[in-house]
Write a protein that binds this ligand. Structure first.
Ligand code: PLP
Length: 456
């Protein structure tokens, strides 16, 4: 114990440490980061007892923390995981062209909610509606913060205090933060579970309709598949049944593929969902659509108008950055889908992936890494974002054999100025070429060589 107290007393005074820093350092940031460092140091002394530190080591640490702090913690990373729509890594990347094309809307004033014809107040959702009509065949549309919000506002508008019928096989949870039963409870709608986990028939819905029913909801079971003895009811049957009993039919499509050209393992398009006669369909903007984070609701005009009249919509409102990027993304679907970044990734030519893998391998060899430590292997990348859980996309990985050093190397890679995120499998770090962009190979090779240099 006395050792601990002595060590704590040995920690230099704040003013002593700050003397090492020139005027150009921002004092507020310095003091803030230093206090954080010293707290951590005290914790470690109390935990580990004996600890080596000096004023020099503290000054070094502070310089590094100051740099980190000044750069901002939210930054670009290299995604070498092979998961294309990776929720933790910002989901879908947006093309530079689309991003730059909205610069003036974002950096200047815009007609976001201003009707240029009448000179009066306009509708912010208007800017996406025409394109959504063309692309999805819908009558009208509204956009909210994300698809979870879309589910919420639909259930709140039409299901509050009433019953919403959902198949037991579709009571989904996504990434822990979205559980359909919880969202439904918060919306005020009462969940009426029908059928069983693996089989639900149209009769199961029909026999559960009561005077208090309002919505029949179907969910895309995005992140799992019940395989074997299963049965679920197709969209047009749901739409038909809802109409027969004057109920509203709603499909939570999850990922939202709006073009066949994406051609993603049998994911159906929103156009086909709308064609099935379903009243309302919702989907994410930043999953397979490849746009900004938002939730798009398409469907019958009369119902969209009711959603727009719901006061809670104000709390789920999207801003000009989201709406302008969404508008441009939809426009590129109409004019030139190859400009959508996800389209390019999903349609990656295996030859191009091979080229990237070979180029990375050669660069690593040039940096003195042993041929026998570098593997180029066939692999499967993942769509992510809950789509097609069991199907992968053909890809190639470059593997570096590291055995017990895997964890240490991946920690070093994550701490690079542009952090590199990869997979670890059976004693090797794997770098999946599917999600690494062509112009990132150089940096990736340097980072890998650096990490190897540090551990050996
Ligand atoms: C992803 C998903 C959601 C949640 O969407 P967010 O855009 O993440 O809010 C809801 N339902 C389904 C079926 C999904 O796949």
């Amino acid at each position: 114990m006395s050792n601990v107290n002595e060590l704590l007393k040995k920690i230099p005074k704040v003013d002593e440490i700050l003397k090492f820093f020139e005027k150009s350092y921002n004092r507020d940031i310095l003091k803030y980061t230093l206090n954080r460092l010293l707290d951590q140091l005290r914790d470690r002394i109390k935990r580990d007892g004996n600890l080596d530190f000096s004023i020099d080591s503290i000054v070094e640490d502070l310089k590094r923390s100051y740099e980190d702090f000044s750069q901002g913690s939210l930054k670009r990373v290299i995604n070498a995981t092979g998961v294309v729509v990776h929720t933790n890594l910002g989901r879908s990347p947006i093309s530079e062209e689309i991003f730059l094309s909205v610069k003036d809307i974002v950096c200047r004033y815009s007609n976001l909610e201003f009707d240029l014809d009448s000179g009066e107040r306009g509708d912010r959702y208007f800017h996406s509606v025409e394109y959504l009509k063309l692309l999805t065949g819908t009558e009208d549309a509204v956009v909210v913060n994300n698809n979870a919000a879309a589910v919420f506002i639909i259930l709140n508008t039409f299901g509050k205090g009433r019953e919403v019928l959902v198949s037991r096989g579709e009571l989904i949870e996504i990434g822990g933060s979205f559980r359909l039963p919880e969202v439904m409870k918060e919306s005020g709608a009462v969940l009426r579970e029908v059928g069983t986990t693996n089989r639900t028939k149209i009769k199961d819905y029909e026999s559960n309709i009561t005077e208090n029913s309002s919505v029949i909801m179907k969910s895309h079971t995005s992140n799992y598949k019940i395989i074997g003895f299963t049965e679920s009811v197709p969209l047009d049957d749901i739409a038909h049944l809802a109409k027969k009993y004057s109920l509203i039919s709603y499909y939570d499509a999850g990922s939202g593929v709006i073009s066949d050209k994406m051609n993603i393992c049998g994911e159906d398009t929103i156009l086909n969902a709308v064609k099935s006669g379903i009243d309302l369909v919702s989907f994410s903007g930043d999953k397979l659509l490849g746009g900004p984070q938002c939730g798009v609701i398409v469907g019958k005009k009369r119902l969209i108008e009711m959603i727009k009249k719901n006061h809670l919509l104000r709390m789920l409102r999207v801003d000009k950055i989201t709406l302008s990027i969404l508008q441009k993304t939809l426009l590129y679907y109409l004019f030139d889908i190859t400009k959508i970044k996800l389209y390019k990734i999903f349609n990656s030519d295996i030859k191009n992936l091979e080229k990237k893998a070979q180029s990375l391998r050669e660069k690593l060899l040039n940096k003195g890494i042993q041929d026998s430590d570098i593997l180029v292997l066939k692999s499967k990348g993942f769509i992510g974002g809950g789509a097609c859980p069991e199907d992968g996309i053909d890809s190639l990985v470059v593997g570096i054999v590291l055995n017990e050093y895997c964890e240490k190397a991946s920690r070093i890679l994550r701490s690079r100025p542009i952090p590199v995120i990869c997979r670890a499998e059976k004693g090797a770090l794997l770098f999946d070429m599917l999600t690494v962009f062509d112009d990132e190979i150089d940096y990736l090779s340097e980072s890998i060589a650096y990490a190897l240099g540090e551990i050996r």
